[in-house]
Design a protein around this ligand. Structure first.
Ligand code: GAL
Length: 672
């Protein structure tokens, strides 16, 4: 599926800041020649260019951008055009302080930095709309412009009086009356009850942090604020040309907003990916990044764009590592394997000064094109051209496994004071389950608990620590199992409702008959403690962190705890329900255990794998149509036997029966 109809091909390029080089016309001329040489076909322009586009209030200057665009066009480079709302000019902050954000200590920011506007400010909204409209009127009809890049990496929230008022209005819409809100937030606790809407303030370390329902609703409100701001920008540019799609660049494992909800406002999902590859055993990191890619693909059930990645290193981590030879192609094609239709970088050229002057770039301060990085980037550009439109048109392999991953469940889990405070690790628990499937090259989708969620196309649904249930997810899970699906649910699931009030019932809520078990107590283990689950065939799984004590309600016991006062209690159970079955894992089990579980289920459910062969440690595989990406993150040379006849799609040669992969390499196999 094409994300950029004006240029329906893989995009290769990245953030380009010509506005920083207007006093160097020679560099601007040379840049486009270098882009052509590096097989670059798309760049993102204008992301932080507001001060250059509108140097004085109401005085727009588009001449430089016209010139940049026509120069790019001449060299076959398309433009992803940004709206500049990610950072604002000093004149605006000085004249209209309301555009600046108020932090969680209720202090207003001064001018500086970026990504720190107030999303409610009518002045800011009007200014953004005005410049967005002007940009759209000038460029949205230009065939060289292929996508809108709305703002940059939306994040955070504002607690100014305007935002507080919007929060109260949002709460009124949601709850109708204060009585309802007081009930939904359990405000009988610690004298929290509100008697007027005006008493409600956002969470703050100077104020209320103990009302967990407030914390949860504040996150939902912040999501709504951001979605509303995106929609405003989107509608402004689309009023001029409704056919030019919009994206906003998202971030990894992001906490602040519910991305499933946010992506409803976008045509195209894109994200910025900055792992620290070591070139040694990067298997866990690759699985973590793989999960992020699959989340991005899942938000809109369509391909996505890798909007930013570094061609070499970043400069904002404690240790900023160069990519080892091979890693650039491997990590770039990893994104493509998971469904990205681009490899884009931050940044095209290193700036001369300020915070990002030492951030990796395709072109460094020396302006040379004979560097290692320039070579690595060119190699990726050529690879994307070689793989070409055949791959571009190929969707990723249809997943029959779904992990339920929901931002409300995640927020509520992390806010709740229970078990391993600060280490309930919702995301990490989901990742542990994902990692086992990743190791086998089994494709995985993610779903959340929105009303629209439909589980019917899956064979296996996994609920890792789905603490909070909402929108009738328990009914969907019941129907899913009754109709023949297999459910895996872990401890600490189905405990609380949509506003984080405990269900006054057996848990997992309304699923104890489906699972044939109920959870009675949850224990937390210190880092040095562990427990074990023993199966009748002698297999033993190790449990750490969280162990629940369940009571049987008819399930078959597959494994029992062996240690401590749990000994003899069920640790792993399975229950037949309707045409399907439901597994319950009473504890947090380690990687070997999860691998064993999913190997077993993949066999019984005949889950498709990208490559029907055993993959060595650190190697995974992903499929798009007839293309199979085999990726080696083990840090070692590995060999595997190929289960069919393939061509090496990058080399154009017969792949043979055995594939040997050097460290940090990827092979793209084209099935016969
Ligand atoms: C991203 C950001 C870019 C650049 C990059 C550096 O988060 O969107 O503008 O700062 O990080 O790695």
């Amino acid at each position: 599926m094409s994300l950029t109809p004006r240029f329906p091909h893989f995009l290769h390029g990245g953030d380009y800041n010509p506005d920083q080089w207007l006093d160097h016309p020679d560099i601007l001329e040379r840049d486009v020649l270098l882009m052509e040489k590096a097989h670059v076909n798309a760049v993102s322009v204008g992301i932080f260019a507001w001060a250059t586009l509108e140097p004085e209030e109401g005085q727009y200057n588009f001449t430089w951008l016209d010139e940049v665009n026509s120069r790019l066009k001449k060299h076959g480079v398309h433009m992803i055009l940004a709206t500049p709302s990610g950072a604002r000019p000093a004149w605006m902050a000085e004249k209209y302080p309301e555009v600046l954000r108020v932090n969680d200590r209720f202090e207003r920011a001064h001018f500086g930095g970026r990504h720190n506007h107030c999303p409610s400010s009518p002045v800011y909204r009007a200014k953004v709309q005005k410049i967005d409209r002007a940009l759209a009127e000038r460029y949205a009809g230009d065939e060289n412009v292929i996508l809108w890049h709305i703002s940059n990496e939306f994040s955070g929230d504002c607690r100014c009086p305007l935002c507080q008022e919007r929060f109260r209005t949002w709460l009124k819409d949601r709850y109708g009356t204060l009585d309802n809100l007081n009930r939904a937030w359990y405000t009988g606790f610690w004298s929290m009850g509100y008697t007027a809407w005006s008493q409600i303030e956002p969470p703050s370390p100077r104020g209320q942090m103990a009302n967990l329902s407030l914390l949860l609703d504040w996150r939902r409100f912040s999501t709504w604020q951001c979605a509303d701001f995106i929609a405003m920008e989107r509608d402004t540019v689309k009023a001029v040309n409704p056919d030019l799609p919009v994206t906003a660049n998202l971030m990894e494992s992001f906490w602040d907003y519910d991305y499933f909800r946010l992506c409803e406002e976008l045509d195209v999902v894109s994200w910025d990916c900055y792992p620290t590859w070591t070139g040694g055993d990067d298997a866990d990191l690759a699985a973590y990044i793989g999960m992020n890619h699959d989340l991005m693909r899942s938000f809109r059930r369509q391909p996505f764009l890798l909007m930013e990645s570094t061609p070499s290193l970043v400069n904002w981590k404690a240790v900023n590592k160069l990519k080892k030879p091979g890693m650039h192609l491997l990590s770039s094609l990893q994104a493509v394997a998971h469904g990205s239709n681009s490899v884009l970088y931050f940044q095209w050229r290193k700036g001369r000064g300020n915070a990002e002057m030492f951030h990796g770039a395709v072109v460094s301060h020396d302006g040379r094109d004979d560097t290692r990085v320039f070579g690595d980037v060119t190699e990726v550009g050529k690879a994307l051209e070689t793989l070409g439109d055949g791959l571009y048109a190929s969707p990723v392999q249809q997943a029959r496994v779904c992990i339920l991953y929901d931002w409300s469940a995640r927020w509520a889990t992390e806010y709740s004071q229970v078990g391993l405070n600060g280490k309930m690790d919702y995301h990490g628990t989901a990742l542990a389950h994902y990692r086992a499937l990743w190791k086998m090259g089994i494709p995985v989708d993610f779903c959340d608990m929105r009303e629209s969620t439909d589980l019917s196309s899956y064979s296996l649904v996994i609920c890792p620590q789905l603490y909070l249930f909402m929108n009738g997810i328990e009914e969907k899970l019941r129907t899913f199992v009754a109709n023949g699906g297999t459910l895996v649910m872990t401890c600490f699931s189905g405990i609380s409702d949509a506003t984080n009030l405990a269900f006054l019932a057996d848990t997992p809520y309304r699923l104890t008959d489906v699972l044939g078990v109920r959870e009675t107590e949850l224990d937390a283990l210190s880092p040095e403690e562990c427990n074990h689950a023993a199966f009748t065939d002698g297999e033993v799984w190790r449990a750490t962190g969280l162990c629940a004590r369940p009571a049987l309600e008819g399930a078959e016991v597959l494994a029992i705890y062996t240690d401590d006062f749990y000994a003899g209690l069920p640790a792993v159970t399975r229950n037949r329900f309707g045409k399907g079955e439901a597994w319950y894992l009473a504890a947090r089990f380690d990687d070997d255990a999860l691998l064993s579980l999913y190997a077993r289920l993949s066999g019984s459910l005949k889950l498709p794998r990208a490559l029907e062969t055993d993959l060595p440690h650190g190697v995974t595989a992903h499929r798009r149509g007839k293309y199979v990406f085999v990726e080696n993150y083990s840090g070692k040379t590995v060999t595997l036997s190929l289960p069919g006849t393939y061509e090496d799609a990058l080399k154009g040669t017969d792949a043979g029966d055995t594939l040997t992969l050097a460290p940090c390499t990827v092979s793209v196999l084209l099935e016969d």
